[in-house]
Design a protein around this ligand. Sequence first.
Ligand code: NAD
Length: 499
Amino acid sequence: MQELTHYINGEHVSGTSGRFADVMNPATGEVQAQVPLATVAEIDDAVAKAAEVQKVWGATNPQKRARVMMKFGALINEHMDELAEMLSREHGKTIPDAKGDVQRGLEVIEVCMGAPHMLKGEFTDAGGPGIDLHSMRQPLGVVAAITPFNFPAMIPLWKMGPALAAGNTMILKPSERVPSTALRLGELLKEAGLPDGALQIVNGDKEAVDALLDNETIQAVGFVGSTPIAQYIYSRATANGKRAQCFGGAKNHMIIMPDADLDKAADALVGAGFGAAGERCMAISVAVPVGKETADALTEKLIPRIEALKVGPYTAGDDIDFGPVITAASQARINGLVESGVEQGAKLVVDGRNFKLQGYENGFFVGPSYFDDVTPEMDIYKEEIFGPVLSQVRMDNYEDALQLIMDNDYGNGTAIYTADGDTARDFAHRVNVGMVGINFPIPVPLSYHTFGGWKKSAFGDLNQYGPDAFRFYTRTKTVTSRWFSGIKEGGEFNFKAMD
Ligand code: NAD
């Protein structure tokens, strides 16, 4: 059995706790490795070293730090196939999907190559007699990142890129279910020139997370995961005086208007609803067709597309649409929710329960399910299923469809399919959701914009990546200075002195 490590001070280090978590192969249901779960002492030691290194790294000029990002980006590209395979082996997603995971992280690293531009301060010349003001952005010190299982490369990269480029050092605690990709990224960053100890990767569970939240040296916590844990981490981190941004779960709706191109809408729904087995925080899990005719026509188009989806292990090649879900518990939970949908009166149009794949009977596969006539009181509507299940809620008109989304607790992403610019504009303007797609099913903003949800999908201030990330990972200091040569006796400003 392979025993994984932590990555501390630029080296692989065995765990000392004697506690381990199993890392599964979700396609076969076998344990493929064990990952050590860090103790409070291991966390505190890693933080202490990161604090020492930060003094040097934070004082390194921004362009030199950006060059490390440049080399890192090149190395990620060079190792794309290896990273994708490593990621799929633990997560289960298809290879094209795994490459997308790495690629969307890499794009944030590319923006970090221009970090000096983001870190420039502001200057006011002659704000008063002989008085100038300038503000600067300084790194926070040591920061922590706690990341989920569903994007083993992308989310660690979203965190480490801006934090390190801004001159912080970081403790990363990746998901204990998919630790290998983050460990490999740590090695590549070292190869790119990052000083040892600037990125400490510690594996662990709640004990490690709590140690990070309570460690006085840690200045900021960036979290991505489920809403209850996001809320918990936000409360504990801020109670301890830390800056925190905690991104949570989602329930993303797509409105399909009567004037939409229904073939394009159906294709988009199948990709956004079932891709990566629905284990995306930007997955569309609720289709909201407007009007009976639209709903009936859409249903007819969706059924054959959903029934044609191929489920299998990533090793089966490119014609697999999605792989297994992450754990046996997740598989059982999803099947249970589908069961509850039937019991609570929704119409199960495509039934993905009891899906079995020959040769992979112990894998955590779930077939695609599609419900029609779902209502907001049902558990399948209220819960984030995080599996290959699409619910259809029929609405009579646009206003009711919009209100459904507005009333939902989550506000990560949403989309509308329509041919009408006024409706699209009205939707984008009024909806209380952080990321909006117009004829675009998964509106993850490009890496030089920023990513973040509203309502129970995010706690704290500022979004991930883009300009917001550089604000989150720096503190502003403003200096007001006065030099007396610019002031005539009596306090009047001497314009001549400016010549
Ligand atoms: P999770 O909340 O179970 O775990 C996330 C991290 O928190 C992991 O590192 C885990 O070790 C840690 N953790 C788990 N339980 C903890 C506890 N009790 N105390 C302290 N730490 C704990 O989430 P997950 O299952 O890994 O990921 C899926 C969730 O993440 C979904 O809800 C999904 O919507 C969400 N997600 C959100 C975004 C976003 O940007 N909003 C992006 C990706 C995923």
